[in-house]
Design a protein around this ligand. Sequence first.
Ligand SMILES: [Zn+2]
Ligand SMILES: [Zn+2]
Length: 124
Amino acid sequence: MGSGFWMNCPKCKERYSFSFGAGFLTFTKNIERVVYYCPKCGNWENKEIKTGPTPEKSLKALEDFLEKGVPLPELLKKKRHFEICQKCKSRMKTMKDIDIDNLPILVCKKCNEKLKYDMAYCWD
Ligand SMILES: [Zn+2]
Ligand SMILES: [Zn+2]
């Protein structure tokens, strides 16, 4: 079962749904929904990503690369583990589940106003 939440724009009343995880159908196809968000400008994308076994080693190499600038093995470079914000070119962060108390700033796609949390839901 997947989870998600709604957010409202207080200015133009647009409503957005953010969904996470895998429902019954997507789970069987190794598809998972995540939200990429930009910590700088609040831009976001709710995307479906292919999941699969991620070896611990690859994750560690990626972390080293991001933190210390250690060169990545060629194989890893081909995989896109992160997204670049289309608006400000910052590296976007990934949100994989709802954390109501620590919601990042997400802005309205239409008017750029900061969205307000509405309610959580489940999906499958
Ligand atoms: Zn708006
Ligand atoms: Zn941005």
